[in-house]
Design a protein around this ligand. Structure first.
Ligand code: IMP
Length: 501
């Protein structure tokens, strides 16, 4: 007969933290959000630690190279999506690893033959006003000139005016040679009162742009997550099908940590994948596994040798797995049970395996709840999809900006490997939707705001570190009526905005 779990499974929204005693030491400036990314033995340090408890979802609409750089700059790790060819994924990892802070690969490029109308459309799409003019219109083509908003006036010029007629031509540009240090590049910017400096190779091809505005921001990144060679730490998703080809390509590209991307991880496929990695690379290649929602799933993946374990089925914002297949579990309940098993495993073996809470974070305080319930870090999709750095398009609908966000199980992503149970290679039904999320600006500003809230709540609980929060947190379930009381109520709000915080 089937086994029944009679207690309903609960979500983050059904919990609150009860404040504990906070000493005068408990101020946000004293809070550390450092957290392990991979397993370690009692008394030892993990091979990779993050400075903030956030990783980005392994999704086409979330984790490209730009987001990887932006998130590592803030102290977290992005997992570049695996639902692309091995070559493309490895190239993304390589570009993120090779990214040199302050040196930007130009993302707005046109040919001299493009028109003013195209320049205006490109500016609208990327939000950037400095456009490189290259012979072939690519980011690394021969540099012919630069267009900034100072070069044209839409009201006075015909939309079909050619870029060649109004750009600042190469002969009038101040450029620097490949190999120039950031310090020297910034000196040139200051000396010549420039806003940007193109870096070119010996043949006049554009390599990077250095922007004046980036200099100050670069100096303000105390949390940057770097490897031993001072390159950004970058993760990548793999699947349980082509790992024998994909893993070597990603390792060769310099990836720091892998994660098996699967909607349901309590399976022999994950065991086979991890075993293959251990046989070929020992412990030098780090790999997370998942997703699971109970202690048995955790124990299985722990024994397979996973470096971290991801929790969550059906809680993602774009996810319709629960509706489509009737599997899943409320995220809070799943997390609490898995973390209890993780602690038992630690007591028995002396090996601490970090747990990642994946999906379903709607409000910033859900991050704090997840950490208090035992997660070492959270994986976020919708959250990061809203930012400038996510790979998806920004669109304007009715005067408001949105970013596109689609599930890996949607027909758009066609990530059949994630939902694969063996057999024929195709996605036969959808487990995710294609959607819009409100555009929210830069990752840096948003992450700073979210983590300020997390730190503030930790202080209310008398905790200065994540392990201390896990030890001291007192959580209470709330009734449906108290949830209503939790929002603004019995007042007429002047500006309702969105319900997405
Ligand atoms: P979010 O942060 O709530 O948007 O959830 C992101 C998480 O949803 C990802 O990290 C995946 O675990 C999961 N996910 C991604 N795509 C799909 C899908 O198409 N169906 C179901 N779950 C998905």
């Amino acid at each position: 007969m089937a086994r029944f779990v009679n207690e309903p499974s609960q979500t983050f929204n059904e919990y609150l933290l009860i404040p504990g005693y906070s000493s005068s030491e408990c101020i946000p400036a004293n809070v550390s959000l450092k957290t392990p990314l991979v397993k370690f033995k009692k008394g030892e340090e993990p091979a990779i630690k993050m400075n903030i408890p956030m990783v980005s979802a392994i999704m086409q609409s979330v984790s490209g190279e730009k987001l990887a750089v932006a998130l590592a700059t803030e102290g977290g790790v992005a997992f570049i999506y695996g639902s692309q060819s091995i070559e493309d994924e490895a190239a993304m990892v390589r570009r993120a690893k090779n990214h040199k802070a302050g040196f930007v690969v130009s993302d707005s490029n046109v040919t001299p033959n493009a028109t003013l109308a195209e320049v205006v459309a490109l500016k609208e799409k990327t939000g950037h006003s400095t456009i490189a003019v290259t012979e072939d219109g690519t980011a690394n083509g021969k540099l012919m000139g630069i267009v900034t908003s100072r070069d044209y006036r839409v009201s006075r010029m015909a939309p079909d005016t050619k870029v060649a007629d109004f750009m600042t031509p190469f002969s009038k540009l101040i450029c620097a040679e490949e190999g120039t240090s950031l310090k020297v590049a910034n000196d040139i910017i200051w000396d010549h009162k420039l806003n940007s400096l193109p870096i070119i190779d010996k043949n006049g091809n554009l390599c990077y742009m250095v922007f004046r505005k980036d200099y100050d921001t670069h100096k303000q990144n105390p949390n940057e997550l770097l490897d031993a060679e001072k390159r950004y730490v970058v993760g990548a998703g793999i699947n349980t099908r082509d790992f024998a080809q994909r893993v070597p390509a990603l390792v060769e590209a310099g990836v720091d940590v892998l994660c098996i991307d699967s909607s349901e991880g309590f399976s022999e496929w994950q065991k086979i994948t991890i075993e293959w990695i251990r046989k070929n690379y020992g412990d030098s290649v780090k790999v997370g596994a998942g997703n699971v929602v109970d202690g048995a799933g955790f124990r299985f993946l722990a024994e397979c040798g996973a470096d971290f374990i991801k929790v969550g089925i059906g809680g993602g914002s774009i996810c319709i797995t629960r509706e489509t297949k009737g599997i899943g579990r409320g995220q809070a309940t799943a997390l609490i049970e898995v973390c209890a098993e993780r602690d038992r495993y630690f007591e028995e073996t002396g090996i601490y395996i970090p747990v990642c809470s994946d999906g379903g974070i709607v409000y910033d305080h859900h991050i704090t709840l997840a950490l208090a319930m035992g997660a070492d870090f959270v994986m976020l999709g919708r959250y990061f999809a809203r930012f400038d750095e996510s790979p998806s398009n920004r669109v304007s609908i009715g005067g408001t900006y949105y970013k596109e966000y689609w599930g890996e199980g949607s027909a758009r992503a066609r990530n059949w490997q994630r939902y694969d149970l063996g057999g024929e290679k195709k996605l036969s039904f959808e487990e995710g939707v294609d959607s819009y999320v409100p555009y929210a600006g830069s990752l840096k500003d948003n992450v700073a705001m979210s983590l300020a809230k997390v730190k503030s709540t930790m202080c209310n609980c008398g905790a200065l570190t994540i392990p201390e929060l896990q030890e001291k947190a007192v959580l209470t379930l709330v009734s449906a009526t108290s949830i209503v009381e939790g929002g603004a109520h019995d007042v007429i709000q002047k500006d309702k905005g969105t319900n997405i915080k």
